[in-house]
Structure formats: structure tokens, C-alpha cells
Ligand binder design. Structure first.
Ligand code: F0G
Length: 475
């Protein structure tokens, strides 16, 4: 599908002509958000002793807390954002027909417009897209190369007996390296691996969630696509955060200066053979995902698996109302007003943590700020999970839920002290500056008393994706 065509047809909703149009540039003072809040949800900060009890009852695992015991929930930006009035209106107008519903056609049109892929396969979330694509593609012994596979993506590769190999840019492994575009794949390592390994696919995760939310630059993806093509290996974009990737490139990549985020996103997808997308992130919806492909024969193989395990090919495990919420959300995520406010909020939070003497991964990511907990707690070795220790302290002291991204989530990171992070993921359009100020102040107080924090040991844990369900105890 020629991408030029899709870009001259702007999304069928006002792109903020009555909103404050903020250029996609770093702000001196963030502009006010181009929206107001019309529905609110009560949250409460439990007394400290009740938080400590809740933490102990959860087996010191924040995934096992009751959400009502959390004051500010930065566990994830996945399915936790606020939908717009237009999304809720679309929910009410959805068509719940089993097959061939109008909601499906609106969804398919939105995915084609935003990604350019002609073949669209809906799934109930991102990991279902991963499972279906990899089942159609991978055999035991195959290798998947990536800048950085996320946890579920890696698990879906490995459960088929294939291997996932991360080849991040070296700059991405140094939290202090301020390079603005360090989310790509290391091209020399990619070339060597393509020559040496039985590579079946390349996945570029945009943004690189497990490294710090850094963007994959277009130049890097172009070079990777060229190497992939030479070897006849298909290239896929894990586009869970395709809009934030594009917005960060608009701000930081001179080759993208002046380009609308929608154009940049399309340019990235244009380089690939397909995409895997969790619509719970930049679909701005509470559930959903999809696969986009060019190859009709591969799409047919995937659809055969889809019908058996997810649902018919026009709903893929989703209700019509979900399809419609995503159709609107995908376009809103690329709306320059919404996207700019989003990136400004994350950047301002990053600056506030630095000002509070909290070591953070630099530069700011698109969806989250990552505390460099290995640097904050040098007395806690990776095998005692410093990232988890900071996450538990942040809940105990401030009622804030965050997520370890380190040796607990990725056991292979136990040898890498610089990869012991605590991720503070910001849901879209949900928390205000004063909420994030509370988080920054609490973390500043924790940092000032860092020597009081100890490590954790695992009491019990499942073999795969252990961080979700592990029971831990203070070491
Ligand atoms: N790819 C990336 C880059 C992700 O961050 C995630 C999920 C997935 C795929 C899987 O999508 O959750 O819809 O099945 N990340 C969430 C997070 C859970 O908190 O970062 P899913």
C-alpha cells in the first residue's frame, strides 16, 4: 500500500485545531495539556503501616498487590490510560456482529492508515500477536535477532524452541550516555549474527522498552532492513509504542525535523515486512493488539491459527467496542497535541527526578522514566535485585507502584549491574503534575537514605516470566 496516499487523507477527527498546538520539541516549561478532565476516579493513600502489611501479604511482589491499595500506579502504561470522549463515543456506536462488523472495517482502515500494512490481523493483546506470528514462522533452533526483545516477546520465541538474541547499541547499555537516539540495533553485530546464526526473523522494538524506552531511528532501521533483505530475512517492528517512537524522532532526529509524527511512524513501518502491536499502549485502549503484514500467504497461515485460538478474523478475541476504541486511539496517539503533551510530561518527570538526585537512565524514554537502581544501591548486587528493592521502597514510602526491569524480570541480566532498573511507566492522560511531583519527592527521600535499603531473595517462582508471580522476601 503506497504510504503517500494514506498521509494525504488525514484522520477523520479534528487534529487539535482548537487545541494548543505544541511543536514536537523539548519544552522549557511544558505547555498545558490540550484536554480537560471530565471523569475522575477516587484513589487513596493508605497509612504507612497498612502499606507495609499489603506489601508483606503480596509476597513482596507488586504485581500481587490489590490495585485499590495503590495510590499512584506506575506499574505500566499498558491498558491503563484514559480514553477520550471520542473513544467512548465510538464504544457506544460499536457493531457487535460476530463476523464482518462495521467496527472491524473501521479498525482495519485505521491500522492500514497508521501502519501501511495491507494485511491486518486482530488479536486480544500484543503477546497473542507474538504467539501467532512466531508459530507461523519459527522452528526449533531458529534465531530471532532484536535491538531488545520485551519479556513476553522473548518468552514467545523461546517456548517454540527458538532463541532470541538482543543486539542493542552499546550506548543503550550506559545509563549516563545522553545520546538522543540510542534505541536501535547494533549494525555491525547484526551483520555478524546474520552471517553466523540460523536467523529466521529480526524484530525491532520501537521504542526499546527493556532498555529505557529509547527510540529506534529511521537511519538505523533503514540499514537493518537493507542487511535483512540481503539475507532474505523478514524484518518486523514491535510497534507497541510506535507513536512515542515517532514523536521522539521528531524531537531528536535531525533527519525527521518538521515531519509530522504520523509520517515518521509510517516511514518506519514502510521499512518492515510486518508489525506486532499491543494496542494497550499506543492504541490508547484497555485491551487489544494486531499483526500487520505485506505477505498474503503468511497472513493466511497466521489467520488459520487465529481462528482456532483467538477468534474469527474480523474480531480476533476482541469485542466490537474494543476495535472501535483502538481505531480512534491509534490516530489520537499520533495527534501532535496529545503526543506532545505525553512526551513533555515524561520529560518533565525525568528532569524532576534528576533534580532530586535520583540516578535515571538518560535521556528520558517515551513512555517511562527508568531509575538506575544499580547505581543508586551499589551495595545491593544484581542477584539481590536492587531494582526491586527500590520499587518496594517506593510503595512503602509513597504508595507508588512501579516495576523492576532487571535481573528479576530478565534472569540473564544478573551479570549486568548497569541493567538493574526500576521503571516508572506513565499511563496516557491519567496523572497530573502534582501526582508525579509526589513520586519524585518520595524517590528523592529514598535516594537520600539509600544505605537503609537492602536486597531481596526469591522464595518461589515459576520458570517463565517469573517476575509476575514470584514470592520474595527481604534478604
Ligand atoms: N511488546 C512490547 C514492547 C511491550 O512493552 C509489551 C508489553 C508487549 C509487546 C506485549 O503486549 O501486554 O499487550 O501482551 N508491555 C507491557 C509493559 C506489559 O508493561 O511494558 P501485551
Amino acid at each position: 500500500m503506497p504510504s503517500e496516499l494514506t498521509i494525504v487523507n488525514p484522520p477523520p477527527f479534528p487534529r487539535g485545531e482548537d487545541a494548543i498546538m505544541t511543536p514536537l520539541r523539548p519544552p522549557a516549561h511544558p505547555a498545558p495539556e490540550p484536554y480537560r478532565i471530565r471523569s475522575v476516579e477516587r484513589i487513596r493513600l493508605l497509612p504507612r503501616e497498612e502499606r507495609l502489611r499489603a506489601l508483606a501479604d503480596s509476597g513482596h511482589n507488586l504485581f500481587r498487590l490489590r490495585a485499590r491499595d495503590v495510590f499512584i500506579d506506575l506499574l505500566t502504561d499498558s491498558g491503563t490510560g484514559s480514553m477520550s470522549d471520542r473513544q467512548w463515543a465510538a464504544v457506544m456506536e460499536a457493531d457487535e456482529s460476530y463476523a464482518g462488523s462495521e467496527s472491524w472495517f473501521r479498525f482495519e482502515a485505521a491500522v492500514r492508515e497508521v501502519t501501511g500494512f495491507p494485511e491486518v490481523i486482530p488479536t486480544h493483546q500484543g503477546r497473542a500477536a507474538e504467539r501467532l506470528l512466531f508459530e507461523a514462522l519459527l522452528r526449533p533452533g531458529d534465531v530471532v535477532l532484536s535491538n531488545a526483545l520485551f519479556d513476553t516477546t522473548r518468552a514467545n520465541v523461546e517456548r517454540l524452541g527458538a532463541r532470541g538474541i538482543d543486539l542493542p547499541e552499546p550506548a543503550a547499555l550506559d545509563p549516563l550516555d545522553e545520546s538522543p537516539l540510542k534505541g536501535g540495533i547494533a549494525l555491525d553485530a547484526l551483520e555478524r549474527a546474520l552471517a553466523a546464526e540460523p536467523v529466521r526473523a529480526i524484530v525491532l522494538t520501537a521504542t526499546a522498552n527493556s532498555l529505557g524506552g529509547h527510540p529506534v531511528p529511521l537511519g538505523n532501521a533503514t540499514a537493518a532492513a537493507r542487511l535483512a533483505k540481503k539475507k532474505g530475512v523478514p524484518l518486523f517492528i514491535d510497534g507497541a509504542r510506535f507513536a512515542e517512537n515517532a514523536g521522539l524522532l521528531a524531537r531528536r532526529d535531525p533527519s525527521c525535523e518538521g515531519m509530522p509524527a504520523a509520517r515518521i511512524a509510517l516511514s518506519l513501518f514502510d521499512l518492515a515486512d510486518g508489525c506486532l502491536v499491543s494496542a494497550k499502549k499506543n492504541g490508547l485502549a484497555h485491551i487489544g493488539g494486531f499483526i500487520g503484514l505485506r505477505d498474503a500467504a503468511l497472513a493466511e497461515r497466521v489467520r488459520q491459527g487465529l481462528v482456532v485460538t483467538e477468534g474469527f478474523e474480523t474480531y480476533g478475541g476482541l469485542a466490537g467496542r474494543d476495535l472501535d476504541a483502538i481505531a480512534v486511539g491509534l490516530r489520537e496517539a499520533l495527534d501532535e497535541g496529545f503526543l506532545s503533551a505525553r512526551l513533555d510530561q515524561v520529560e518533565a518527570f525525568h528532569a524532576a527526578l534528576r533534580a532530586a538526585n535520583v540516578p535515571v537512565v538518560c535521556p528520558a524514554g517515551g513512555h517511562a522514566v527508568y531509575v538506575d537502581s544499580g547505581a543508586l544501591l551499589p551495595h545491593v548486587p544484581p542477584s539481590r535485585f536492587p531494582g526491586h528493592s527500590v520499587a518496594c521502597a517506593l510503595y512503602a514510602e509513597g504508595g507508588v507502584r512501579s516495576c523492576e526491569v532487571g535481573a528479576l524480570m530478565f534472569p540473564e541480566a544478573e551479570k549486568e549491574p548497569h541493567r538493574q532498573l526500576t521503571r516508572l511507566a506513565i499511563p496516557w492522560r491519567t496523572y497530573t503534575a502534582s501526582h508525579l511531583d509526589h513520586v519524585a519527592r518520595t524517590l528523592g527521600q529514598i535516594a537520600a537514605q539509600r544505605e537503609r535499603l537492602g536486597g531481596y531473595t526469591i522464595v518461589s517462582a515459576p520458570a517463565a516470566l517469573r517476575h509476575f508471580r514470584a514470592v520474595l522476601a527481604p534478604a
